[in-house]
Design a protein around this ligand. Structure first.
Ligand code: 13P
Ligand code: SF4
Length: 301
């Protein structure tokens, strides 16, 4: 079966908007209507006018799309595609109450890589592309940031006037990029080092540029250097090659692929469109509470 042709037919027939994160396979990116980082895709989902939104990414992305545009049918390719970092954010209402008692003026800021349940307990959500802007605009001095300790300490380094309390979560791929390996690659090649802020501070210290997936891609498009050492998931290199076809792109061996993103396949995309599922469904009360911090992110970001 020619999946690409069938997918194109089905998406037209059923009025589907296909959204794909940069970490899914190149063949899915090529058939998608929009490709982006998590903030861009959340905006695309919020503004979608199609009958169906099909999200090629991980569960928290599909959930956010449903929360932001609840009258639409939102489908994903595999409902086992989670985000291990999002699953690390476990905090109860009483833990949050305790923190609010301990720190006057506390803002609970959750990375968008969280479940709807955690979002519903938060004052505002952020992504890596808008976190510094949003947190700096908050009147609160005390910030409880969850779940990513690495993104949290990166934001904290940019906003010394705030007091950060950081959750201990991390991305099980970005967190283990090896300092010595990246340093050696940089010394051997003299290529620019591109780093996602989910990497630890020591990797950020080697960076020529730090940013969200979309920001890293735009940096490549602007600079078009001989080569880049890419410290984020290698799915993005598919677009980087389009932005600068002459450049060489190297992924450190210690930067492993995200297994959950790779659960998205062209075959599953075809069946998701055919069956209009798996569908993202959520309790209405949970969706309306999770909408508050997400909407605030859309306004402040
Ligand atoms: P971006 O928002 O930069 O696309 O990051 C999403 C993500 O999951 C990175 O691991
Ligand atoms: Fe989650 Fe890391 Fe995969 Fe991004 S790369 S979806 S943070 S596990």
């Amino acid at each position: 079966m020619n999946y690409i042709e069938e997918i194109k037919k089905l998406k037209k027939e059923k009025d589907v908007l296909i959204l794909a994160h940069y970490y899914v396979s190149g063949e899915i990116q090529d058939v998608a209507d929009r490709i982006g980082d998590s903030f861009q895709l959340a905006k695309d989902a919020q503004n979608a006018e199609n009958d169906i939104i099909c999200f090629c990414g991980v569960n928290f992305m599909g959930e956010s799309a449903k929360v932001l545009n609840s009258s639409k049918k939102v489908i994903v390719l595999d409902d086992n595609a989670g985000c291990p970092m999002a699953d690390m954010a476990k905090i109860s209402d009483s833990d949050i109450d305790k923190l609010r008692e301990e720190y006057d003026d506390l803002a609970v800021v959750s990375y968008v890589n969280t479940t709807a349940d955690i979002k519903s307990k938060s004052d505002v959500c952020v992504t890596s592309s808008n976190a510094v802007k949003i947190v700096s605009s908050l009147p609160n001095k005390n910030i409880y940031f969850l779940p990513d300790k690495n993104l949290g300490s990166y934001i904290a380094s940019k906003l010394p006037e705030k007091n950060f309390i950081l959750h201990e979560g991390y991305c099980k791929y970005h967190n283990f990029v090896d300092y010595d390996e990246v340093k050696k690659l940089k010394t051997d090649t003299d290529y620019d080092v591109l780093v996602h802020p989910e990497c630890p501070a020591e990797i950020l210290s080697l960076a020529d540029y730090i940013g969200s997936t979309k920001a890293l891609l735009e940096y490549v498009g602007k600079t078009k250097k001989d080569g880049y050492i890419v410290c984020t998931e290698s799915g993005i290199i598919h677009q980087m090659k389009k932005y600068s076809s002459e450049s060489e792109f190297i992924t450190p061996k210690s930067m492993k692929q995200c297994k959950d993103m790779k659960l998205n396949t062209l075959e599953k995309l075809y069946y998701a469109l055919l069956n209009e599922g798996p569908e993202v469904n959520m309790r209405e009360d949970l969706a309306s509470r999770a909408l508050v911090p997400l909407k605030r992110m859309m306004e402040l970001g």
